[in-house]
Design a protein around this ligand. Structure first.
Ligand SMILES: Nc1nc2c(ncn2[C@@H]2O[C@H](COP(=O)(O)OP(=O)(O)OP(=O)(O)O)[C@@H](O)[C@H]2O)c(=O)[nH]1
Ligand SMILES: [Mg+2]
Length: 210
């Protein structure tokens, strides 16, 4: 009986210290996912962000790849849990469980592949269906900008798409942004994750969970 009471008091103390912690002292765990058609460069972007370089080979992701790493966002320590999902249609059923509880997503298409841009809506639908959290911050990434001469998707059409999404989710406290990246040269890769991280902090603040 005495032990039980002591444990309860300890737990209460722990809760109180947690509440007193400033955002800089707290530790945040951000589960995010990378979505988009097969071969658009999801794994390459994740590897680049993790400092693992770039390879020209396409090693198709089977089901999902999972990575964990610590990086600061806005001066606050964040543990990223990155789910890099397989883009191929055949992995559709396996993917669903990885969406659950994600705080944000990087929606990737390949600027040299129009269809991968047109399919973004399907990816978004899949995410919203299985996430269990409602709309979450989204960063749209037009990848492979180093192949500018093969571009099939103009920045204007993506901006238009993003504007429509913003209208669609105008009642939600989520940010939606567009960035062009290259996993090959590293252009905007850090920015992509940092922008998503900042958007997640804004989302948590709006939900009173910061
Ligand atoms: N030129 C160029 N090639 C890229 C870029 N990003 C990825 N690639 C190439 O595109 C191919 C597919 O890259 P992945 O990162 O494996 O694609 P993925 O989206 O993870 O594909 P799945 O796992 O099958 O869904 C590879 O051959 C990469 O080398 C880029 O920014 N520029
Ligand atoms: Mg992959």
């Amino acid at each position: 009986m005495f032990l039980f009471k002591k444990r309860k008091e300890e737990k209460k103390k722990q809760e109180q210290t947690k509440q007193k912690q400033t955002p800089e002292e707290k530790e945040y765990l951000f589960k995010i996912s990378l979505l988009g058609d097969g071969a658009v460069g999801k794994t390459s972007l994740r590897r680049r962000y993790m400092g693992q370089g770039f390879t020209t080979q396409h090693l198709m992701t089977i089901g999902a790849d999972f990575a964990i790493l610590e990086k600061e966002v806005d001066g606050i320590k964040v543990t990223w849990q990155i789910w890099d999902l397989a883009g191929q249609e055949s992995f559709k059923n396996v993917r669903n469980m990885y969406y659950r509880g994600c705080f944000g997503a990087l929606l990737v298409f390949d600027i040299t592949n129009k269809q991968s841009f047109l399919n973004l809506d399907n990816w978004l639908k899949e995410l919203l269906k299985h996430n269990g959290r409602g709309p979450i911050p989204l960063i749209i990434l037009g990848n492979k900008v180093d192949l500018e001469e093969q571009r099939q998707v103009s920045q204007e059409e993506v901006n238009q798409y993003v504007e429509n999404l913003k209208k669609r989710f105008s009642k939600e406290s989520i940010e939606i942004k567009y960035l062009e990246t290259s996993a090959k040269t590293g252009l905007n890769v850090e920015e992509a994750f940092e922008t998503l991280g900042s958007a997640i902090f804004s989302y948590l603040k709006a939900k009173g969970r910061f």
